[in-house]
Each structure stands twice: as C-alpha cells, then as structure tokens.
Design a protein around this ligand. Structure first.
Ligand SMILES: [Zn+2]
Length: 188
C-alpha cells in the first residue's frame, strides 16, 4: 500500500496497481506517492521530483517440450505452487528474445534442448488480484529425450496427452496453454 509507513502525506489508501507497495523512486530515491496527474487517466506512482514509475505486467515465457506426441512437464520444487506440474518457463531477462528465453528455461529446468516450433498462445493474468503477468508459450521440439531436472524441479517426466495431470497443474495459464497445445497437436 502506498504510504503505509509514511508520515501521512499519501493521497489515497486505494490500491493503485500491482506493485504499489513500491515506496521509493528508482531514479532518485525519493518517496513515491499515488497521484492522479492531469496527463494520466489513472493514478500513478510519482515522486516529488515528478518521476513517474509505471507499473506494467511482467513477461513470462514458457515452452511445451514435445517429442513423438508426448510432452515434458516438471513438478515445481519451489514456491509458489510447490509440488504442482507445469512446463518450463520463467521471467524474461532484459537481454534476450522470447525464443532465447524459452530455450534457456527448458534447458535450466528440464535439461532438454528445444527447437522452437511456433506459438501455442499468449495469456494474461491481470492484476491487482494476480501478479499482473503476460505469459507467452511456445511449442518446442525435443530430439534428445533424456531430461535432467534443474534445481527448481522435484521431478521431470514425459506424459502422454491423456495423462496430463489436469487437477495438479500449477497455474490457470498452464491449463489454458496445455488445452491449446492439445487442440493444435490433435492429441486427445
Ligand atoms: Zn524520482
């Protein structure tokens, strides 16, 4: 909450946007205050020098590794959603393309090399009740089938499409993307 610990000069107790717990301007270090500026159509986080901190969704890139009709899922070994299944994916780094991110995440989390084979879909979970993310999910062809779980995975295994653990998936986006993957690949 903006100004929750400050001296009472905050404008509003309303939730401004996901990330409005940010308290200091990243450019100058002054306190941030939620304000409705004449040039903006919603409250923004502003410091007293006029720097605006825009709070935007974060980009997550995932990839569904596939081989001979099977797909590779991992069971998360970290919070959130510890113990639930998903495909490899994670936050984009600032110096990589979406395709590079997908390849990197697959290798880090499952130990397989994927060749990107097109888009499964783009999904969003808007704030403020979620984290405010956009998830881009690719198909990834795997030639070498032996996975090697990374440090963030409890286990990694190949699934037939009919064995996808629908009740134990990590996120809504996981379910949406796997449904679209099934539609596209014709796996039932
Ligand atoms: Zn500032």
């Amino acid at each position: 909450m903006v100004g929750a610990q400050d001296d009472g000069e905050h404008v509003s107790d309303e939730v401004v946007a996901p990330g409005d717990d940010l308290q200091y301007c990243p450019r100058c270090g002054a306190p941030l205050i939620g304000r409705l500026l004449p040039t903006e159509d919603r409250p923004r986080l502003v410091c007293d020098r006029g720097h605006i901190l825009y709070v935007n969704p974060k980009l997550i890139v995932g990839v569904i590794p596939e081989r001979q009709g099977q797909l590779l899922l991992l069971r998360r070994g970290i919070e959130p959603r510890y113990g639930f299944w998903t495909y490899p994916g994670g936050y984009m780094e600032i110096d990589e393309s979406v395709e590079e991110c997908a390849v990197r995440e697959a290798e880090e989390e499952t130990g397989v090399k994927v060749e990107i084979r097109g888009l499964v879909g783009v999904y969003s979970r808007p704030g403020p009740h979620g984290p405010g993310i956009v998830s881009i999910v690719f198909r990834g062809e795997v030639a070498e089938p032996d996975p090697n779980p990374g440090r963030e995975a409890l286990e990694v295994r190949w699934f037939e499409a009919e064995d996808i653990p629908w009740d134990d998936l990590a996120y809504d986006t996981t379910r949406w993307a796997l449904r679209d993957w099934m539609d596209e690949t014709g796996e039932r």
